[in-house]
Design a protein around this ligand. Structure first.
Ligand code: NAD
Length: 110
């Protein structure tokens, strides 16, 4: 499995990534994580994983569709797990105010 985990530097994402790269990772070949490091994300939550050959951190916004598409192709991602709250139905005001000009993928508004 080649995982792309978005919103991975937050509360739940950090724990998920650690599980995915943990001792029972036999079926996980690659974990690529994307986080915009906004109000809640903190790279320090994942920094100790940087030496793991199966791990890659990408500082990016999931609303950057061309960048996300390129990353999926480049890393041959087959599974996506999203923990970023920047979706159509649940977008906290904090994110909306900081990304007011950016539409989330698949959404009609910013
Ligand atoms: N924590 C809970 O108790 C709980 C309960 C129910 C649902 N949820 C949902 O689960 C998801 C994860 O929760 P959490 O507590 O880990 O959230 P969190 O706020 O701790 O983490 C969210 C992460 O997403 C990143 N992010 C935000 N906008 C982004 C963007 N545009 N592009 C890339 N990264 C972006 C942030 O930097 C942060 O690292 C959220 O959607 C939340 O609404 C959480």
């Amino acid at each position: 499995m080649r995982l792309l985990v978005t919103g991975a530097a937050g509360f739940i994402g950090t724990s998920f990534v650690r599980q995915a790269l943990g001792p029972r990772r036999a079926d996980v070949a690659r974990v690529v994580v994307v986080d915009a490091l906004t109000y809640a994300g903190n790279y320090a939550n994942l920094a100790d994983l940087a030496g793991d050959a199966g791990f890659r951190f990408v500082h990016a916004d999931i609303a950057d569709a061309p960048a996300m598409a390129a990353l999926v192709r480049e890393e041959r991602i087959d599974t996506l797990v999203n923990f970023s709250p920047a979706s159509c139905r649940s977008r906290p005001r904090t994110v909306k105010s900081r990304h007011s000009a950016v539409a989330a993928p698949g959404c009609s508004g910013g």
